[in-house]
Design a protein around this ligand. Structure first.
Ligand code: C2E
Ligand code: MG
Ligand code: MG
Ligand code: MG
Length: 275
């Protein structure tokens, strides 16, 4: 009896795994197609604001995949998939291309792109970035690269060399989702960066004294090291007021603006500049 039930469970579980695997394979080949044809991948831009005067200081470029059948798929899903199947460099190049084009169209603004450590430490990365900037006549000072903390491909010599080379050319670096990695503070010691972006999980819990204390500590550390500070995921007026009080440099979040499709960016930026 028990044995039969066990076998049954196994059969169901096995079927489920097959189904998951089948779906994953399909998604992989769909992503390959999207990258090859350059059709379904778009770049959205989320405005980032100066905490002191409320002006727009930059845009964060965020990859979007508009799947023909499933609609928009989150980068939290397809970026790890792209890393797994060797497509991350192609997607990164696509976003970089789009971002540089937008930079060329919108003088006076800077743009941040996201790069996984895997991409950053792959050969030719720094050359690709500098070439793309040069081809579009965009000054490297207008580009910032956000790297997410991950356990792998961290602190490698290649990664450090790439960062050093790009920083020397004027490109700035930020540690994204700061505080969520297991080695946030040691990373800031080991890698030369210009900015930290405090992860939105801390901002969302700032009404709790414990989380607020962590935010205060992160800001104190960044100040002491001369780093710029962005708070991400600002969703309420209370959070914004508190972050201004604490001396955060820049603010990003749904309270001010969601990520915008490319065609809406220019109008948004000029509207903000007028008010
Ligand atoms: P991230 O770099 O930390 O980007 C911020 C994410 O938070 C974005 O999600 C943005 O839409 C979301 N967000 C912004 N403000 C708020 C808010 O007030 N509340 C909430 N709940 N969310 C907010 P998105 O666009 O889904 O991107 C998710 C992650 O995917 C990014 O996190 C980044 O790590 C990764 N990603 C996106 N584009 C790229 C890319 O081109 N290359 C790489 N390597 N990774 C990317
Ligand atoms: Mg980011
Ligand atoms: Mg982030
Ligand atoms: Mg994130």
């Amino acid at each position: 009896h028990a044995k039969a039930a066990g076998r049954n469970t196994h059969a169901v579980f096995g079927e489920h795994m097959d189904e998951l695997l089948r779906r994953r394979r399909a998604l992989e080949s769909d992503l390959r197609f999207a990258v090859e044809t350059r059709t379904q991948l778009e770049t959205f831009y989320q405005p980032v604001f100066n905490a002191t005067d409320g002006s727009i200081c930059s845009l964060e470029a965020l990859a979007r995949w508009k799947h023909p059948k499933m609609g928009y798929i989150s980068p939290d899903q397809f970026i790890p998939l792209a890393e797994d199947i060797g497509l991350i460099n192609d997607i990164g190049a696509l976003v970089l291309d789009n971002a540089c084009r937008t930079l060329a169209d919108l003088p006076g603004i800077s743009i941040a792109i996201n790069a996984s450590p895997l991409e950053l430490s792959s050969p030719g990365y720094s050359l690709r970035v500098l070439t793309t900037l040069a081809n579009m006549n965009v000054s490297p000072e207008r580009l910032e690269i956000e790297m997410t903390e991950t356990a792998t491909a961290d602190n490698t010599i290649d990664l450090k060399r790439t960062i050093a080379m790009l920083r020397k050319a004027g490109v700035r670096f930020a540690i994204d989702d700061f505080g969520t990695g297991y080695s946030s503070f040691s990373r800031v010691q080991n890698i030369e960066v210009d900015r930290i972006k405090i992860d939105r999980s801390f901002i969302g819990e700032m009404h709790q004294s414990g989380s607020r204390a962590v935010v205060v500590a992160m800001i104190g550390m960044a100040r002491a090291k001369g780093l710029k500070i962005t708070a991400e995921g600002v969703e309420t007026i209370e959070q914004r007021a508190e972050l201004e009080r604490l001396g955060c440099d820049d603010l990003q979040g749904f309270l001010m603006s969601r990520p915008l499709p490319r065609q809406d960016v220019a109008a948004y930026v000029s509207r903000m500049a007028r008010t």
